[in-house]
Design a binder for this molecule. Structure first.
Ligand code: ZN
Length: 372
């Protein structure tokens, strides 16, 4: 029922020794899931069907040509205006080969989604890539390519993004399109790249109210995230009633992520993935970001368990499991973080802000969807 789309070829490439985005992140997950016997050989679909033509479904001709030219690893001055050759998005050898790998996975997800209810693409969800520019460690917008394929097939798509960073490449790529509802939960643009994604960026033209942002203050914890997630994601996806859900389930909202400032654990993350699963007829989930290797292996394994309907224990009891060692170590619930309670003035400020955001939704967005 659930399948993984992955290629070992990713492990041959690197953005550079000190770059936080690890292209071997899929391997961290596969090893962890294998230790718990959560993967069978035929769970992994190979890739290889994506082409340059598929890249051009989302990206411009000129940007595609720049990526091709950069494949040798030699930098040219012209690349900079396309965001390539900067510290976040360095030129590296095989840059276009990697772009084709991502494209292949998006294409294979498209070719398989009607006979596979749930698909996980651990290396992907490069939500900052713009149609004509690289940004935020992303060169190719694989989710954007997949969404273009789904829209051309007449599907109604819900894009849900729980990566700590705002999904700005998806937002700007489909800002006026009402056939794809874009919803991003993220750390506020007041404190984190890409410094946008505010609640009043709601779409334009026919796409008005089909672009929804839910920014979280730094120090927001599991409780605050789930409060907003349950009160906003659930009623809106029920009303929109998509044919397929595309999710970006980055693991960088966790308190132990080195690049972000939220205070979540993988308990609320797992709960959110479970809710996304339950509300989706068909689901294609990309791994997204996350810069703590431990969070990658544990978070993706928990997500994969959820996609397979393997019990991860409920939210509160599971955190107990995480504190035990020994036999608990080799169980799915043993992957869960210890609970983390934030208190004090930071929590109060983050809670007030969450209440303000929900009020904004009740006033401005829910009436459009007929939600009381
Ligand atoms: Zn991120």
């Amino acid at each position: 029922m659930a399948k993984i789309i992955y290629s070992e070829k990713f492990e041959k490439y690197t953005y550079g020794a000190n770059h936080p985005f690890r292209l071997d992140r899929g391997r961290l997950f596969l090893n962890s899931a294998a230790r718990l016997s959560l993967i069978k050989d035929d769970d992994i679909l190979g890739t290889g069907t994506g082409s340059e033509e598929d890249i051009r479904l989302f990206h411009t001709e000129e940007y595609t040509e720049i990526l091709k030219r950069a494949n040798s690893g030699e930098i040219e001055a012209e690349f900079l205006q396309y965001g390539i050759g900067l510290p976040d998005n360095p030129v590296f050898r095989g840059i276009f080969d990697v772009a084709l790998l991502h494209t292949s996975m998006a294409k294979d997800a498209f070719l398989n989604f009607e006979n596979t209810d749930r698909i996980f693409v651990p290396v992907g969800g490069l939500h900052h890539a713009m149609r004509n520019r690289a940004a935020g460690f992303c060169y190719i917008n694989d989710a954007g390519i997949l969404i273009e394929l789904l829209l051309r097939a007449g599907k109604r798509v819900f894009y849900i993004d729980i990566d700590a960073h705002h999904g700005d490449g998806i937002q700007s790529g489909f800002y006026d399109n009402p056939n794809i509802l874009k919803m991003s939960f993220h750390e506020s643009g007041k404190t984190l790249f890409p410094f946008g994604g505010f609640e009043d960026e709601t779409g334009s033209g026919d796409g008005k109210y089909y672009n929804l942002n839910i920014p979280l203050n730094c120090y927001a914890d599991d409780e605050i995230f789930l409060f907003l997630f349950k009160n906003i994601f659930v009623p809106i996806i029920e009303e929109f009633n998509p044919d397929v859900t595309v999710a970006q389930i980055g693991v960088d909202m966790m308190s132990t992520d080195p690049l972000t400032h939220l205070r979540l654990t993988n308990n609320s993350y797992t709960e959110a993935v479970r809710i996304i699963r339950d509300k989706s007829k068909r689901l294609i989930a990309f791994g997204g970001g996350g810069y703590n290797p431990d969070n990658i292996s544990k978070g993706y394994t928990l997500a994969w368990a959820v996609l397979n309907d393997v019990e991860t224990d409920d939210y509160y009891s599971a955190t107990l499991g995480g504190t035990f060692m020994g036999s608990q170590e080799l169980s799915v619930s043993g992957l869960k973080d210890m609970n983390l309670f934030v208190s004090g003035p930071e929590k109060e400020i983050a809670t007030k802000e969450a209440e303000r955001i929900l009020y904004y939704y009740k006033e401005n967005i829910f009436p459009f969807y007929g939600i009381k």
